[in-house]
Design a protein around this ligand. Structure first.
Ligand code: ATP
Ligand code: MG
Length: 187
């Protein structure tokens, strides 16, 4: 199973992505999580991306694409993978096509979590209290939504046209949403 999980900030990509990946026995690859751990460990990459992430802007495509290409070349992706947070721009989606073509593989599904704007803001405010992510403050959250709408949302149409898009209602309890995802993927 080779898949993407997409959706606006706060849609539950990380939470649901981990559960789906576990269910299918594939690695969950989150570019946001990789960047955050690099920031925490103060690596060279972390130094490059920390100010960008704090503003809610996107890390340059060249940096992100190389990171994903390296990660997808690792042997643990042989049974498949779930990508969370990538691709986020049209050039990233094109780069992913190239990476997969080189590896001789293709995507099986693109999962889209659908959540209304008011719920998203509520969830992110709650998460800000619990996790203290540097980018979960009002100004940055607003910017992340703008960036999502302008850069990432258009990708949904692209994957819909390819017949890969699986849309799932992301409202409700974690286990409810998970059950919906599994049911939708089995179809
Ligand atoms: N594919 C990417 N291209 C460019 N920047 C990225 C990419 N993935 C992550 N980032 C950077 O990491 C930040 C956090 O990404 P992450 O995916 O964790 O959060 P999110 O999708 O905004 O929210 P959530 O974690 O609630 O789903 C982004 O705002 C961006 O700065
Ligand atoms: Mg996330």
């Amino acid at each position: 199973m080779r898949m993407l999980i997409m959706g606006p900030p706060g849609a539950g990509k990380g939470t649901q992505g981990k559960k789906v990946a576990e269910e299918f026995g594939i690695p969950e690859i989150s570019t946001g999580a990789i960047f955050r751990s690099n920031v925490a460990e103060k690596t060279e990459l972390g130094k490059v991306v920390s100010a960008i992430m704090e503003k809610g802007e996107l890390v340059p495509d060249s940096v992100t694409v190389d990171l994903v290409a390296d990660r997808l070349a690792k042997p643990d992706t042989a049974p498949g993978f779930l990508l969370d947070g990538f691709p986020r721009t049209v050039p990233q989606a094109e780069a992913l096509d190239g990476i997969l073509a080189k590896l001789g593989i293709a995507l099986d599904a693109v999962l889209s979590l659908v959540v209304d704007g008011e719920t998203l803001v509520q969830r992110m405010m709650k998460r800000a209290e619990i996790e203290g992510r540097a980018d979960d403050n009002e100004e940055t959250i607003r910017r992340r939504f703008e960036v999502y709408t302008a850069e990432t949302e258009p990708l949904l149409a692209l994957y819909r046209d390819r017949g890969l898009l699986v849309e799932v209602d992301g409202l409700g309890a974690v286990d409810e949403v998970h059950a919906r995802i599994v049911a939708a993927l089995k179809k």
